[in-house]
Design a protein around this ligand. Structure first.
Ligand SMILES: Cc1ncc(COP(=O)(O)O)c(C=O)c1O
Length: 570
């Protein structure tokens, strides 16, 4: 039992605060032995997490977890590192989600290569702060090199452009950000500042603020156009940069979940009409294209969107947080045709670059665009400095780009060709299984590794198909059929939510779920299951097992709770 002079006996696990002991906790030249000893222990701990064959989510309930982490006392006395590691093992690791499990095919957060753990150790050990060169020497150059690689991939400017600018500290080709949200924020902030720029008579929106900018430029409001599949970060950004979320105009999508170009043109036409008739006009600050929508993985027609942006003289931002990485593979570049003409592009490393959380980036075709948010301060970022922090929304930033930078070397673009090839194969596998299955219905056409579908017992599917063909043949006389379809879909929505809940309880596999309006049942929103098949450890056999389990459970739930209601409906 430990004893403290002021407090008396210490509780189990507590030790006396001792400065010498505390100093030894910091990395010192003479303490590598401890570092290696605990490093091994830590790696074993992590290894046991991956070896554990238990369920994906751990069975503990959320209230039970809340109880474990409800100690209102701030730790006053030190604890031994080994005791804290053991607490982390039992309380945290044991109840973490196994997102790398090959049966976990429900989210963009997935498996990572093991070397990422080692790279994270280097990042932590070096503790570089990318905000400025005084705290990030070689790592600043790595960052610039990595940004130039991805810039080149997206915008394909000339070799001489990259030779000249790869390490040119006077400009920034883009930023490493903490995630895709900050990537999108940076792109749209630049768009806003460009739209309401400074000139001889106006100091610009950055200085004068939104209200003065509207007054000076004679605008009533500023809007962003994006499809209904746009990530919710666009709404957050509109709230943050003063646009207001109501001014994110959500354009409908077609049956492929791509922005409906006709609907977009109609919206643009309405804005033009409004502007022709009013002194105070509406400014489109950006048209946003999506290269890999979060819910369905589909890609907008970027060529058409660029034309629309030119027509409205607005900034063209592409949110390629999900799909941007397929540009690494020549065979797939055609899918993102037009991205090279974007003004800015968001990319996430913690998605298809297989990096652990978190790292995003934003790239600008024009190397001067980031001047629109450039700043300086006399203490960290002097105007004549070489610091990357002059161009970023964020302040202190970790050396996270080491992970994708090293990954590209370790795997090469050839490695990514194989990984993405496998992901395409698995996406086809699940789609084919669903298409051929009497009890499932495909709800979207996959492009980039995401597929949505739902459980529909065969007898209901037959009925729905009949009703839908009646509606198609006689659209004007199909009120009753439409009504029936609506009721059946409401029931199927409840059935699929139930199925998803049961699957979570079984915890053998995981797919996510969302609601889509863009199916053949438009405008009714239907509940769909969503698979994201990018884990290279997943196999065709595993996917088949997952669908089989969903089918078995689905039939059981249907027979128990829904079959009678369905009979009544028909
Ligand atoms: C298309 C798209 N954009 C932006 C984001 C936001 O990225 P992050 O979660 O890294 O902030 C996501 C995340 O899923 C996304 O799918």
């Amino acid at each position: 039992m430990n004893y403290d002079e002021k407090r008396g006996l210490l509780l189990k696990g507590e030790v006396i605060a001792d400065l010498e002991h505390l100093r030894k906790l910091f990395i010192m030249p003479d303490s590598p032995d401890k570092f290696i000893e605990f490093g091994n222990e830590l790696l074993n701990l992590i290894h046991s997490f991956f070896q554990d064959k238990g369920g994906i989510h751990s069975a503990i309930s959320l209230p039970e977890l809340a109880k474990i982490f409800s100690d209102t006392n701030l730790p006053k006395y030190p604890h031994l590192l080994k005791d804290v590691l053991s607490e982390i093992k039992s309380k945290v690791i044991a109840h973490s989600v196994k997102v790398g499990n090959p049966y976990y095919i429900g989210h963009m957060t997935s498996a990572i290569p093991y070397f990422m753990i080692l790279l994270e150790m280097i990042i932590a050990a070096l503790n570089q702060n990318q905000v400025k060169i005084e705290t990030a020497k070689a790592s600043s150059f790595v960052e610039r090199e990595f940004i130039a690689w991805i810039h080149q991939l997206v915008f394909k400017r000339t070799d001489s452009f990259y030779k000249k600018n790869i390490q040119n500290y006077k400009i920034a080709l883009g930023n490493i950000t903490s995630d895709g949200t900050i990537g999108n924020l940076t792109g749209l902030l630049v768009a806003r500042n460009k739209a309401f720029a400074a000139n001889d008579r106006f100091p610009g929106i950055r200085k004068a603020g939104f209200y003065e900018a509207m007054r000076y430029y004679k605008y009533r409001k500023a809007v962003i156009l994006v499809s209904r599949r746009g990530h919710y970060s666009i709404d957050k950004i509109a709230r943050t940069i003063g646009i207001g979320q109501d001014n994110v105009i959500r354009v409908p999508v077609d049956s492929m979940n791509k922005i409906d170009i006709k609907a977009l043109q109609q919206t643009m036409g309405e804005i033009k009409q409004f502007n022709d008739a009013n002194d105070e006009k509406i400014k489109i600050i950006s048209i946003v294209g999506i290269a890999g929508t979060t819910e369905t993985g589909n890609i907008d027609d970027l060529v058409e969107l660029k034309k629309a942006a030119d027509e409205t003289t607005s900034h063209f931002h592409v949110d390629a947080a999900w799909g941007g990485a397929v540009l690494l593979v020549d065979d797939y570049k055609y899918m993102l045709k037009g991205i090279e003409r974007a003004d800015s592009v968001t990319f996430d490393a913690h998605k298809l670059l297989y990096s652990p959380l978190s790292m995003g980036m934003v790239l600008f075709r024009n190397e001067k665009d980031l001047d629109n948010i450039k700043h300086s301060s006399s203490y960290v970022l002097r105007p004549d400095s070489v610091d990357q922090g002059r161009f970023t929304v964020e302040g202190s930033r970790p050396f996270s780009c080491l992970k994708p930078w090293a990954t590209l070397k370790i795997m090469g673009t050839e490695g990514f060709r194989l990984l993405f090839g496998l992901a395409f194969k698995h996406t086809n596998t699940i789609k084919n299984l669903v298409d051929k299955h009497e009890n499932f219905e495909a709800m979207s056409t996959p492009e980039l590794f995401i597929f949505t579908y739902r459980f529909v017992p065969g007898e209901i599917k037959e009925k729905l198909n009949l009703l839908m063909s009646r509606i198609e043949q006689e659209p004007d006389k199909s009120g009753a059929a439409r009504q029936k379809v609506r009721k059946i879909n409401n029931m199927l929505n409840t059935l699929n939510v139930e199925l998803h809940r049961y699957l979570r309880e079984e915890d053998n596999s995981f797919v996510s779920r969302t609601r889509l309006e863009s199916t053949r049942y438009y405008p009714q929103k239907v509940v769909v299951l969503r698979s994201v098949t990018v884990n290279p450890l997943t196999t065709d056999e595993i996917i088949k097992e997952i669908i089989d389990e969903q089918n078995t459970l689905g039939i059981r739930i249907y027979k128990l709770h829904f079959a009678n209601n369905f009979l009544k409906l028909s």
